[in-house]
Structure formats: structure tokens, C-alpha cells
Design a protein around this ligand. Structure first.
Ligand code: FES
Length: 142
């Protein structure tokens, strides 16, 4: 009987503490705003890596003051976006120079634009967008 109770308790704890995107608790928590950083900790023109509910993300503030929260890995060749160059309007990947805006949309793909201007694939290479909001000097994501 004690083994069954311990097993049931372990299952309940797992249900409550696993918050990745493919878990029950992760799906529930993603319905609500979550604080991810304090605004004053991020200066314009900087980016920093974050791990939130099992996901690797990059938070940045571009030179116009807009915050962005995008996947940590570039959709092109998976480079670490936290090492990217923060520009006037967005974050540029440091590997091949693709530029993404705060919604994760690819704005520029140097060389790709010149080599294959007819290709539409660039339009589909968006990082997953993250909703973000500033409340009481904290960064939030949903
Ligand atoms: S890996 Fe980011 S642009 Fe190529």
C-alpha cells in the first residue's frame, strides 16, 4: 500500500512541477502572463539568455527601446541568438546576419535576398513569437 501511495504522490508531484511546453502544467501556465525579467536590468542595445518554464529564450531591448523575446536558437542554423547584434529595430543573428523583429519575424536575410530573391522560404523562417508586456517594471511573457 505504501508503494502505491508513494507512486501516486510521485505522479502528482511530476504533474505539478513539470512546466515544459508539452506538459499539462506547462500548457496551463502558458495561458497566463509570467514575469521573466525586471525592466531596469536590461539596457537598450543588449540581449541576454533566459530559461523560462523549460524553454531557452533570448530577451533583448533594441535601440528604439522595444523589447523582444525570441527563441534562443536561430531558425536558420540554430546559432545562439543571445550572442546576436541588437540593432535599431530588432536582433541580428551573429552567424549569417538574419535580422528578426520583436515578433520573431525575419526582416532581412543577407545574401539569401541576393542569391534567391524569388525564394519565399525566408518569409517562413520566423522564430516563435512571444507575447510580451511591461507591468510594474517587469517583463512578462505568455
Ligand atoms: S544561423 Fe542565424 S542567420 Fe544563420
Amino acid at each position: 500500500m505504501q508503494v502505491e501511495q508513494a507512486t501516486a504522490m510521485a505522479e502528482r508531484l511530476k504533474l505539478l512541477t513539470q512546466t515544459g511546453p508539452d506538459t499539462d502544467m506547462g500548457r496551463l501556465l502558458r495561458k497566463f502572463w509570467q514575469p521573466v525579467a525586471v525592466s531596469q536590468d536590461l539596457q537598450a542595445g543588449t540581449a541576454r539568455p533566459l530559461r523560462v518554464m523549460g524553454e531557452d529564450l533570448t530577451l533583448y531591448k533594441d535601440l528604439s527601446g522595444t523589447y523582444g523575446l525570441v527563441d534562443r536558437h536561430c531558425p536558420h542554423r540554430r546559432a545562439d541568438t543571445s550572442y546576436g547584434f541588437v540593432e535599431a529595430c530588432g536582433l541580428r543573428c551573429n552567424y549569417h546576419g538574419w535580422l528578426f523583429d520583436q515578433t520573431g519575424r525575419c526582416l532581412e536575410a543577407p545574401y539569401e535576398d541576393a542569391a534567391a530573391p524569388q525564394a519565399q522560404s525566408i518569409q517562413n523562417q520566423c522564430t516563435r513569437r512571444r507575447s510580451r508586456k511591461c507591468r510594474a517594471r517587469c517583463r512578462w511573457r505568455r
